[in-house]
Design a protein around this ligand. Structure first.
Ligand code: GUN
Ligand code: ZN
Length: 429
């Protein structure tokens, strides 16, 4: 049963993007938030909310920051059990660790076990929505959606399609990728809080025929998102050039096959050519920044601030298990560190926005999740800003909310999640 509850603390909502406005002016703090019927009913002073909802329970969190649940815009739930596998770069990492693990998802029982394990890890880290890749096995999609449905989560996922350059047991065909994706889409898309995402893994593991088949499926279902990888590592880009000699660049391998559009999610997108940047701007496709993955696999430095200045839609993501963490706090910290290396440090308001409203916008869900405003779905995190002795002693010196939050972004983990709410229900004590 969704509750009728007022939470008090420092309730943060964004009135604008801190990339458009002055970073701190975009955020507003309120004393309390009223949750009712699974939605945010109102924000404001406690006395006012109490007067309009006298029956609501009140839970006080005087020092905590109450924010929208985190949104992870790119993750591979099947890579949960092989996270932190040592010492390879992208193509070797895929062949040595990822593909053998993904083969195990031929067993639906294993898929269900890992889907539940992954979603519990995500929730314990304050992540209430994610866009996940599954494996080529349709049952891996079913396992994920069933596990998300049980938890009441707004979740997005799709069958990963590959018909070349992968082990035989992990290959489908152009036709079966189309047929299986279509069947799953029809079964799950728009069911409760679930959305199907058309998912060609990346150009090296799809033939042009498979990309075209999935492009056709997207044209038939334009309300779906499409997710893939783009220009993550330099070696990968050279490989794509060999595999698609007629394409102008990596993005063109998607564009030629109907896989470029506003509802496209392009993971990594680090090493873009000017034409690719222009086309992404024109079409409104979203780039998904995966900072812990980019350092862990050694991919390169994504320049968030510059991409935002160019007007691009940018989401933030763990990319678990290429990414080295399930935590969007750790992911924000890594985005900050990469910003430092590119000479464009991100403000804490920008980091928090990327992990909530920014990722929600990338997923075209900005009107439902990712922000605490009346009418939005009540996916909420109550963040303890003094969750460890090291953080607490730095927090004690903070002079404003951003200084109070930044030590938790840089040093916090699941211990900072005092409460996580999904669709108006409290998930953890
Ligand atoms: N490119 C294609 N597949 C993958 C994957 O599973 N992880 C990452 N990081 N990059 C990819
Ligand atoms: Zn990925």
């Amino acid at each position: 049963m969704p509750s009728n509850t007022i939470l008090t603390g420092q309730v943060l909502s964004f009135a604008a993007s801190p990339f458009d406005d002055d970073a701190t002016g975009a955020a507003k703090l309120h004393e309390a938030v009223h949750i009712s019927g699974g939605h945010i009913a109102a924000l404001g002073p406690l006395a006012q909310l109490r007067a309009s909802a006298p029956d609501a329970d009140v839970i006080h969190h005087p020092d905590a920051l109450i924010t929208a649940g985190f949104v992870d815009a790119h993750v591979h739930y099947p890579q949960t059990a092989m996270i932190a596998s040592w010492g390879k770069r992208l193509i070797d990492w895929l062949n040595s660790y990822t593909f053998p693990e993904e083969m195990r998802f031929a067993d639906p029982v294993y898929a269900s076990e890992i889907a539940g394990r992954y979603l519990d890890l995500a929730l314990s880290n304050g992540t209430t929505t994610m866009a996940s890749y599954c494996t080529i096995h349709p049952a891996s999609v079913t396992a994920f959606f069933e596990a998300a449905q049980t938890r009441g989560m707004r979740a997005l996922a799709g069958k990963t399609c590959m018909d070349r350059n992968a082990p035989e047991g992990l290959c489908d065909t152009a036709q079966s990728a189309y047929d299986d994706s279509r069947a799953l889409l029809r079964e799950w898309h728009g069911r409760g809080r679930l959305e199907y995402v058309i998912t060609p893994r990346f150009s090296p593991t799809s033939t042009p025929e498979q990309l075209a088949a999935l492009g056709a499926l997207w044209a038939e279902h334009p309300d779906c998102l499409m997710q893939t990888h783009l220009s993550e590592q330099v070696d990968e880009i050279a490989w794509v050039r060999d595999l698609y000699p007629q394409a102008r660049d990596y993005l063109d391998t998607y564009e030629m096959h109907g896989l470029l559009g506003a509802r496209g999610l392009y993971g990594h997108a680090i090493h873009l050519e000017p034409r690719e940047r222009d086309r992404l701007c024109e079409t409104g496709g979203a780039l998904v920044h995966c900072p812990t993955s980019n350092t862990f696999i050694g991919s390169g430095l994504f320049n968030t601030a510059v991409r935002k200045t160019e007007g691009m839609r940018v989401g933030l993501a763990t990319d678990t298990g290429g990414g080295s963490s399930f935590s969007m706090l750790r992911t924000m910290a890594a985005a900050y560190e990469i910003g430092q290396l590119t000479g464009t440090p991100l403000h804490p308001a920008q980091l928090l926005w990327l992990a909530t409203a920014g990722s929600a916008e990338a997923l075209h869900l900005g009107d439902r999740i990712g922000n605490l405003t009346p009418g939005m779905e009540a996916d909420i995190v109550v963040l303890d800003l003094a969750s460890t002795p090291a953080i607490a002693q730095r927090h004690a010196r903070a002079e404003d909310i951003w200084e109070a939050l930044f030590p938790t972004i840089m040093m916090g983990d699941d211990r900072a999640m005092r409460e996580v709410w999904v669709n108006g229900s409290r998930m953890s004590a």
